[in-house]
Design a binder for this molecule. Structure first.
Ligand code: NAI
Ligand code: OAA
Length: 264
């Protein structure tokens, strides 16, 4: 019998994940804000039940994936974890809020739930978490995207996205600030911080480049293990250029992991 997935959010990433769900996993429920429920119900045309709160879900899903962004994790994360369900998360930037982080970890502990932080648009989180065990001296992260990928974000206050003519750095700071200021664009900064040296000590630089069509992520880590540099040039999703295709694929991978006895 097929395992059943509950998805929080059903935007660009959610629809892509739904399209690519592995055999053996079906979408049972989608949770979206009231204002989007009618539209999402129309799009799904009966293929999954559309809810607006976790307590409306009458059965236990085999897996819950958050594809809703930071407000979605803040709103529904606790209810999922208190029910003892497993929650795979991409809006890791929400965890820069220490109070929310504490609420979710307490809910997971008390409810016997599990929060799985997904690697999203980047690679190397396995190596970084392993490297941390030996001690890390430095972790830096740089993102570079096309102007259209920064549209509608705080970048609009820092750089003229319509006029920018060459690669331009518009933000330098720590991972916590980046995740808070760019909630739809800098979850990766928080993911790297959570896997490495934390929000305050992870240095972040955000850039825009009018000549690129990719979402580029560069990570540098140095510690007792040695050092590594990762550069990932991802294709953005057509339906949302802020979001890399790999981020959606990392959710698909989490679905596959829930099905298979052997996994990376
Ligand atoms: N960790 C990573 O590498 C990445 C993380 N992300 C995160 O994933 C999020 C989703 O990306 P897209 O699908 O491209 O965005 P999108 O804007 O296309 O879709 C967001 C969806 O979430 C829903 N939503 C919003 N607030 C909600 C709430 N309180 N409860 C339930 N649903 C809610 C919306 O109705 C919409 O269906 C981004 O906002 C970002 O936070 C995105 C890319 C990479
Ligand atoms: O998808 C990406 O390239 C990264 C992203 O939006 C995020 O970190 O929130």
């Amino acid at each position: 019998m097929s395992k059943r997935l509950l998805m929080i959010g059903y935007g660009a990433m959610g629809s892509e994940v739904h399209r690519l769900l592995p055999d053996g996993m079906t979408l049972g429920w989608v949770v979206v804000p009231e204002a989007f429920a009618v539209e999402v119900r129309d799009r799904l045309a009966g293929r999954a039940e559309v809810l607006t709160a976790i307590d409306q879900c009458a059965e236990a899903p085999d897996l819950v994936v958050e594809c809703a962004g930071q407000p979605g994790l803040a709103e529904h994360g606790e209810a999922v974890l208190r029910r003892g369900w497993t929650l795979a998360v991409v809006a890791t930037g929400a965890l820069a809020d220490e109070a929310l982080y504490a609420r979710l970890t307490t809910a997971a502990r008390e409810g016997n739930g599990r929060m799985q932080l997904l690697s999203g648009a980047v690679a190397g989180m396995d190596g970084l978490t392993a490297a941390r065990e030996g001690g890390l001296d430095e972790v830096t992260y740089e993102a570079c995207k096309a102007p259209r990928s920064w549209k509608g974000s705080h970048a609009e206050q820092l750089v003229d996205l319509d006029a920018v003519a060459e690669r331009t750095v518009f933000f330098e700071g720590d991972a916590g600030e980046a995740a808070r200021l760019f909630p739809a664009n800098s979850n990766v900064a928080a993911t790297i911080a959570l896997a490495g040296v934390g929000m305050r000590d992870t240095r972040v630089r955000l850039t825009v480049d009018p000549s690129t069509t990719r979402n580029t992520h560069r990570i540098h880590a140095r510690g007792r293990f040695g050092e590594f540099d990762i550069e990932l040039n991802g294709y953005p999703l057509e339906s949302n250029p802020k979001t890399s295709t790999l981020a959606a694929l990392s959710v698909v991978r989490a679905c596959r992991q829930a099905l298979e006895p052997v996994s990376f």
